[in-house]
Design a protein around this ligand. Structure first.
Ligand code: FES
Length: 78
């Protein structure tokens, strides 16, 4: 879905920016131009940014729980 029509920015672009470290609307504006023209996309862009950050956190926590050894596993390995 297009988030910013003026700059042809989609949710996917915002997700990619988040995965590369973007965490604020200001950084998103600097990087992709979001909300830099008419500004009508600012609220939607902020919502997409938050959703992408939440998804990234959830994914990171899931990966950590799968791949990180639990304490009992660490003890067994010793
Ligand atoms: S729709 Fe994003 S600046 Fe206009």
């Amino acid at each position: 879905m297009y988030v910013c029509i003026c700059n042809a920015v989609t949710e996917r672009h915002i997700g990619e920016a988040v995965s590369e470290g973007v965490s604020t609307l200001r950084e998103l504006r600097t990087r992709l131009g979001v909300a830099g023209e008419c500004g009508r996309c600012a609220t939607c862009a902020r919502d997409c940014l938050r959703a992408a950050m939440a998804e990234r956190t959830t994914t990171a926590n899931s990966a950590r729980s799968v791949f990180a050894p639990s304490y009992s596993m660490a003890v067994e390995a010793v």
